[in-house]
Design a binder for this molecule. Structure first.
Ligand SMILES: O=C(O)CCC(=O)C(=O)O
Ligand SMILES: [Fe+2]
Length: 354
């Protein structure tokens, strides 16, 4: 529907073909959440085919549609139009579907490449600072069971903690979020809106009454050495992506002074901890666009990165994305940590440029 509304018929044909297939296969049993019907899907698919020059296909789908809804005048008019076009042979020859050239995303090519491949991080042979270790952060709570840390990138600084949570905790968190899931929104200049560049559902786990949530807060705080108590850290946001779900390249920190991110009055989002609560069969990696690498979904692992430099400026290198899920059901949880409360935990540097 999003592709159709954007007049991107190249993609709407693919998606609608799949919807029609699912409707046909399941009889009347498949009822998608948006209450779409076979009828709708055929209608939009016929028009998409017409727009991409496949008049013959548009005609046969419209004829099928008319069987279901014989009194639909718009459809009969379309059938007449398609028949005339075919008879006069004046329609453009079909030369295959063309990918639209996207005007709205400058980083599209890199994003798509990183979603298909892992990009090219140097290995630790090339850069010994990209090492793996058992990390306890000097914290007594981690001494007996340190985190298995993998440094993924130095600029921006991104680390991955393997087995950050257990299967049971992940299930508990998904379970708590389930009833609260709503279409995700994004922060614009001054308010939160839904956007086609973020397709997922999410829920905020307010309060850490649930034991898994408070255990998680504690673990994040031990590992990062930061203060994650609300409002220094936001509540845990649980996100669920279905097939095709994605989050196109964005920053987690606010880039406008009027952003809703500042509503907490605790400054900008200095760091992100993102936990993978599920695996997926294909797709769904997290891509760091300018840093040129992507992290495959790794169940129970967490990634951490700094969004801001020590001087408080946003780090443009943190531009990142959640790649489209190809097969599976992807769940992540975000913990965003704010600047205030960390003054003595992440100090500024003597160099104002850092
Ligand atoms: O789902 C992902 O891999 C990335 C999610 C993300 O960047 C976000 O929710 O801000
Ligand atoms: Fe993000």
């Amino acid at each position: 529907q999003v592709a159709y509304d954007q007049e991107d018929y190249y993609h709407s044909v693919h998606w609608l073909e799949e919807s029609v297939r699912l409707f046909r296969r399941s009889g009347s049993k498949w009822s998608p959440e948006n209450e779409g019907t076979l009828h709708d899907a055929l209608d939009h698919l016929a028009f998409s085919h017409f727009k991409t020059g496949n008049i013959l296909h548009a005609l046969s789908l419209s004829q099928e549609l008319l069987l279901y809804d014989p009194s639909n005048r718009r459809v009969s008019q379309n059938i007449n139009k398609y028949e005339k076009l075919l008879a006069s042979n004046s329609s453009k020859p079909v030369n295959g579907l063309k990918r639209p050239s996207s005007k709205y995303l400058r980083t599209r090519d890199t994003y798509e490449r990183l979603c298909r491949t892992r990009g090219s991080q140097p290995t630790h042979f090339e850069n010994p600072q990209l090492f793996c270790d058992n990390f306890a952060n000097g914290h007594p709570g981690l001494l007996l069971r340190p985190a298995r840390r993998e440094t993924l990138s130095l600029q921006p600084y991104v680390v991955l903690y393997h087995d950050f949570i257990s299967d049971t905790e992940a299930e508990e968190i998904k379970h708590h979020a389930q009833l609260g899931l709503r279409r995700s929104v994004v922060a614009t200049r001054d308010k939160q809106v839904t956007a086609e560049y973020r397709i997922s559902k999410s829920a905020w786990l307010k309060g850490s009454a649930q034991s898994a949530v408070s255990r998680l807060d504690q673990r994040i705080s031990m590992l990062t050495g930061l203060n994650v108590q609300h409002p220094h850290g936001e509540y845990l946001q649980v996100v669920n992506y279905g097939i095709g779900g994605h989050y196109e390249p964005h920053f987690d920190h606010a880039t406008s002074p009027s952003s809703p991110v500042f509503k907490l009055k605790t400054g900008n989002r200095v760091a992100t901890v993102m936990i993978y609560l599920s695996s997926v069969e294909a797709g769904g990696s997290t891509a760091f666009i300018y840093a040129n690498f992507s992290v495959p979904v790794m169940k129970n692992a967490a990634i951490f990165w700094w969004n801001l430099h020590r001087n408080g400026r946003g780090d443009p290198d943190t531009l990142h994305a959640g790649c489209p899920v190809l097969i599976g059901d992807k769940w992540v949880a975000n913990k965003w940590i704010h600047e205030y409360g960390q003054e003595f935990l992440r100090r500024c540097s003597l160099n104002p440029e850092e």
